[in-house]
Design a protein around this ligand. Structure first.
Ligand code: ADP
Ligand code: MG
Length: 405
């Protein structure tokens, strides 16, 4: 259950609303090439405008050095795309300072339903430092703060964790949806709950595996990460990508799974290649028979079929991390197999992680998934069982109101 107030729990009319979004969109030659993040914030922006709020949008974009304006990180292309999508004017306020005098006057001149956008928050080095002066300047722009930047909610930056200390703060619709979907999946999963974990490194995913070990019924392991587990079983892994210093940890996880009765599965066969290339010579080998001079770049066909059957029987599925180097068509089959099984089942399915989301989109199956989480780092922190500073800072719902839901 989501316990934080959203924009629907408060009166937004005639208020200056500082809306923190994650418009950190990929740009090419001064234009937005993927507007997903802008589209996802549209419901919140529309709601605010239609309910007579005066909207001040703020986001970071890329990694400017901080402390000064750099044109390649300007919010201007993002604002242009937002104007097209929204069909409303949006003024970008630059000025000498982010949230300086120019922004303050502009915020006071806003009329109901109007929108302005601040320049890239990271042009001020106070953003990442959560500098109190910068926080106060941002806070002075608004009467209400709304966080819809799920993708940045794990960062204790000025516009995420600082401003809510001084202004009434509630969640936007995207943030509320993300957090409530992921937390209810963890606190109240439909069973059997199957977690499919792949990707490149055990060390990246260790927190998630540990947390899910107490929650999931079955964990299916793939990706480069599988070789650390196979090595922990005592198998040789040839030239496959693997983390020697994590082998003991992986062995410990296999033990823990046994003790806790979690069905932790690792591949029974591997698609091996003689080089890291789409044009490599390939061979499917059993997991215990990896040739010394080859590397594994995908799960094998037997494993793919086994994982598919497990997914078909699931009550709920969570997937993070590709099963192989899906970027090469020669090694996409394992990932495709998992993606298609998820798309085929009627069970609740949740996908998180940049490359896993890229994979499901590549296979054109994104619309057959129940929920795709947009926030890479933030979703991972939630899955590790951690709290997000950006969410913790928001106002709680009245207890009576949350009981009704
Ligand atoms: P996500 O972004 O979904 O969390 P990760 O970033 O952890 O996923 O991992 C994705 C990357 O892992 C992909 O670029 C993929 O090519 C790589 N990968 C998967 N399997 C292998 C493998 N067997 N060998 C090398 N790289 C792999
Ligand atoms: Mg990734």
């Amino acid at each position: 259950m989501y316990t934080k107030k959203t924009i629907k729990d408060v009166d937004v009319a005639h208020k200056r609303v500082l809306l923190r979004v994650d418009f950190n969109c990929p740009l090419y030659e001064g234009a937005v090439v993927d507007d997903t993040r802008i589209r996802e914030a549209l419901p919140t922006i529309r709601y605010l405008c239609e309910n007579d709020a005066r909207v001040i949008i703020a986001s970071h974009l890329g990694r400017p050095k901080g402390g000064y304006f750099e044109s390649q990180f300007s919010m201007m292309p993002v604002a242009m795309r937002l104007i097209q999508l929204l069909g409303r004017p949006v003024t970008v306020i630059g000025g000498d300072k982010i949230a300086g005098e120019e922004a303050l006057s502009a915020s006071l001149a806003l009329k109901d339903g109007q929108i302005m956008m601040l320049e890239n928050l990271r042009f001020d080095d106070g953003e990442k430092k959560n500098d109190l002066q910068f926080v106060h300047r941002l806070a002075s722009l608004c009467d209400l703060y709304v966080n819809d930047a799920f993708g940045a909610a794990h960062r204790a930056h000025a516009s995420i964790a600082g401003v809510p200390e001084f202004v009434p703060a509630v969640s936007g619709l995207l943030l509320a949806k993300e957090v409530s979907t992921l937390t209810s999946m963890l606190s109240n999963p439909k069973r059997p709950f199957v977690a499919i974990l792949g990707g490149s490194k055990v060390s990246d995913k260790i927190g998630i595996i540990n947390n899910l070990m107490g929650i999931a019924d079955t964990i299916l392991v793939g990706g480069a990460m599988m070789f650390t587990f196979l090595a922990a079983q005592g198998y040789s892994v040839g030239k496959s990508k693997m983390e020697q210093d994590m082998v003991e940890t992986a062995a410990g996880m296999l033990e823990t799974a046994k003790k806790k009765g979690v069905d932790l599965r690792i591949p029974i066969d591997i698609k091996a290649a003689d080089q890291f290339s789409d044009l490599a010579y390939t061979e499917a080998v059993d997991a215990d028979s990896m040739p010394d001079d080859m590397m594994g770049l995908d799960i094998g066909p037997k494993t793919g079929r086994m994982y598919r059957e497990v997914i078909y029987d699931a009550g709920m599925v969570f997937w993070n991390g590709p099963m192989g180097v899906f970027e090469f068509p020669s090694f996409e089959l394992g990932t495709r197999c998992v993606a298609e099984a998820i798309a085929d089942t009627d069970c609740v399915s949740v996908i998180g992680g940049g490359d896993s989301v890229a994979a499901i989109k590549k296979f054109n199956l994104a619309n057959q998934v129940t929920f795709i989480s947009t926030g890479g780092g933030a979703s991972m922190r939630l899955l590790e069982g951690q709290k997000l500073p950006g969410v913790e800072a928001l106002q709680d719902k009245d207890p009576a109101a949350s009981e009704e839901e």
